[in-house]
Design a protein around this ligand. Structure first.
Ligand SMILES: [Zn+2]
Length: 233
């Protein structure tokens, strides 16, 4: 069972979603639910960032594909439309955000996965798309999307389908996740298992524990995560 904070391999992520994930932006991949892949790693191709103690994600749109006419996509404006006139992924997310701002339609729900290390991903949870705009960045126009972490979304409840209370779980900042991953050497701190790992709040968020400090976050396998929760309750 994947829940926010779960650490999974690329293959597990694809199995969970039932597709071979190639693109970073996937509008309405699963019915009404969209999916984005993000990375805050130093060499990441796009400048995504996290604000408001991890509740807000600012996600950068994507470049035009590299072609003979566009050998260096990084110096070209990001596109709203494809040459054929259809909307790009940027355009699809942008229009959905604008529609929502004008009071039309349901909120766009977006599942977010974050790259932690090559081949290693974290599920960050379900966000609501709340705004979109274009801005100048190094002499070209890029898209920015503002997403807010949902609290107790119905969709999440449906997915989880168990009585286990979601420990909500502010988004743990990427730097904290990376530092914890390194300190705990990618293993459960109790048994050393490398399967079904999860970023665990040592003092739960609901009991005042912080998501922002490395000292309050540890890696636990699913078994020890559940064992710990049973003990607290
Ligand atoms: Zn364990």
């Amino acid at each position: 069972m994947i829940k926010p904070g779960s650490v999974i391999s690329y293959i597990e992520m694809c199995l969970e979603e039932g597709v071979n994930l190639q693109r970073g932006m996937n509008f309405h991949l699963d019915g009404d639910i969209s999916l984005i892949l993000m990375s805050l790693r130093p060499n990441a191709p796009y400048t995504d960032r996290v604000e408001d103690n991890g509740r807000i994600l600012i996600y950068e749109g994507h470049d035009v594909p590299k072609t003979l006419e566009t050998p260096i996509p990084k110096i070209v404006d990001q596109a709203m439309k494809n040459p054929s006139g259809t909307l790009t992924q940027n355009g699809l997310f942008y229009e959905a955000a604008k529609k929502r701002q004008n009071g039309h339609g349901k909120p766009e729900l977006v599942k977010v996965y974050e790259k932690l290390h090559p081949g290693i991903w974290v599920y960050n949870g379900i966000f609501e798309l709340i705004n979109a705009w274009q801005e100048k960045s190094n002499d070209r126009k890029v898209f920015k999307f503002k997403l807010q972490l949902t609290e107790n979304s119905e969709y999440e409840d449906k997915r989880v389908k168990s009585k286990v209370e979601l420990n909500h779980n502010r988004l743990i900042p990427s730097q904290v996740k990376m530092a914890v991953w390194k300190r705990d050497e990618g293993k459960c701190v109790i048994c050393g298992s490398t399967d079904n790992l999860h970023f665990d709040h040592i003092i739960p968020f609901s009991k005042g524990g912080s998501s922002l400090v490395v000292e309050n976050i540890q890696l636990l396998c699913a078994r020890h995560n559940i064992a710990k929760r049973d003990k607290i309750e």
